[in-house]
Structure formats: C-alpha cells, structure tokens
Design a protein around this ligand. Structure first.
Ligand code: ATP
Length: 265
C-alpha cells in the first residue's frame, strides 16, 4: 500500500523543472487571430504545487495544454528540465474536469490502461494499480464499470489512472470542478495527501480562489484578453493542511489579495 506513496529519488530537489519564457499562444479563429496567452514567463520548481486561477478565457487551459505538449506555442520557450517541451511525454500526466473513462472497461482495466499503452511490466503494473485503487478509496469497486459509479468515484478512477505510470508532473484541469462541494473537498484532501507523500509537481487549474489557496504553494493569477500573468502569490500557510486552515485570518487575507488582483472586489 505504501509503495505507491514513496517519493521518487528525483523529486523535491527544489530546482526549476518547468520554465516558460515569453510564451505566447495565438489561435486562428473564424474572426481572425485570437491571442490566448501574451508574453507569459514563469518557473515551476520540482515538487511544487502551483495553481492557475483567473476568470474564464484568461488562458489557463491553454497554458496547461502547452505544458502538456498538447498545443503548439506561437512564440517563446518552454522547457522541462532544460529540454524543449513541445509534445506529450510519459513523465507528464494530464487529468481533465470530466473523467474520460472507457465504459466497457472495469475500474481496474481503466487504471491499467496507461501501463498497457506504455508497455510497462505487467506484474508491477498490476500491483501498483491495485494499490492505487485502494489509495483513492475505491477498494471493493475494482470490477465495477464506470456507469455503476458516481461522478466523484469516476474522478477517483481518473486520479488513480493519472498516477498509474508514475509521471513526475501532474497537470490537472479543474479535475474536481464538476463535483459537489463535499466531494470536492474530500478529493482535495486526498490529492494533498498523495502529493505530500509522492512530492510530484502539480499544476492545477481552478476558478475557485479558495481551493487554490487551500492546495497551493504558489498561485499564478491570470487575467484575460489577452491572457496574461498578473502576478504570482506565495501561499505561506503551514502544511499539512486541513480544512481548519480556512478559518485562519491569513487564509482569508490571501483569498482577498487574489480577488483584488482580479478586480473582483
Ligand atoms: N482551440 C481553440 N481555438 C480557438 N480559440 C481558442 C481555442 N482554445 C481556446 N481558445 C480561446 O483562447 C482563450 C483562452 O481559452 P482557455 O480555454 O485557455 O481559457 P481558460 O482560462 O481555461 O477558460 P475557462 O476557465 O473557461 O476554461 C479564450 O478566448 C478561448 O476562446
């Protein structure tokens, strides 16, 4: 059970892992070029939990897709450990708001899919996936099919699948955005538990400022038209975090600062 939670030797060295310099993304649209990201520069350290927040259309998903190598940048540089980042890589995992699970595959078969695609050792994968299913709280549901699961349970399957091939970087695009508040809070706590044990690098997109403050080491605050990085906020709240932290004046202060940066107040 603890095997999947062991820190990778390379993790948490505090070095710059992902580095973007003057990143620009222009989409060609029917009404002409649309600047989704404009001159965005940042670094993300190994083992760090970074959230991207900002209103709809500010380029959060675009930036995440660039980091996942799913979109081509228009200008600028983007590197992972100094290597040009321009295509999907097995050491980067991606998770979306709605779990894209194969309905004809069981929970176990869905979680084992990346290992099968990447042709990883079958026995080791079988063990790891069984541990991960326990880890995300789905013990007993291994042989169920997605349509027999709740939305929260399907996201748990997606989370286990994200971790199955042990990527160093987890890119999560509003992974719990479609869940009710209680389930979302539980999933956030699970994610923090897994993250603190594995020290993976997480980049997490959310509309929810409170969620970003609760989870993150740093928050990239983005503004729209064109998508820019308005500022980076350090979250100096202690860890490990529980929901009790939301009572802290410092928590409210950071939430307020971000709202202010976004012009919400
Ligand atoms: N494939 C695409 N083609 C054309 N325009 C796009 C494409 N993807 C995104 N855009 C545009 O780029 C801008 C940024 O979109 P993006 O999805 O990155 O924003 P976002 O901050 O993630 O928004 P949301 O919070 O609503 O998901 C938007 O104006 C959007 O319409």
């Amino acid at each position: 059970m603890v095997g999947v939670l062991e820190k990778s030797a390379a993790a948490a060295t505090g070095e710059h892992l992902i580095e973007g310099r003057h990143l620009t993304k222009v989409y060609a649209t029917s009404t002409g070029p649309l600047v989704a990201l404009d001159d965005v520069s940042f670094t993300i350290r190994e083992g760090e939990f970074v959230s991207l927040v900002g209103p709809s259309g500010c380029g959060k998903s675009t930036l995440l897709s660039l980091m996942g190598g799913l979109e081509e940048r228009s200008e600028g540089t983007l590197t992972l450990n100094g290597e040009d980042l321009f295509k999907p890589r097995p050491d980067i995992g991606f998770m979306l708001q709605t779990a894209v699970l194969f309905p004809w595959r069981t929970v176990t078969e869905n979680v084992r899919l990346p290992g099968t695609i990447l042709n990883l050792d079958k026995k080791a994968q079988a063990e790891r996936c069984a541990e991960l299913i326990q880890l995300v709280g789905l013990g007993g549901f291994e042989e169920r099919y997605p349509n027999e699961l709740s939305g929260g349970m399907r996201q748990r399957v997606a989370l286990a699948r994200l971790l199955a091939h042990d990527p160093d970087v987890l890119l999560m695009d509003e992974p719990f955005g479609a869940l009710d508040e209680f389930t979302r809070e539980t999933m956030n706590l699970e994610l923090l538990r897994i993250w603190s044990a594995t020290k993976k690098t997480v980049v997490f997109v959310t509309h929810n400022i409170g969620e970003a403050v609760f989870l993150s080491d740093r928050i990239f605050v983005m503004t729209p038209r064109p998508g820019r990085l308005a500022g980076v906020v350090e979250v100096d709240l202690p860890r490990p975090r529980t929901t009790e932290i939301m009572r802290e004046p410092r928590y409210s202060e950071i939430v307020f600062d971000i709202r202010h940066m976004l012009g919400v107040d």
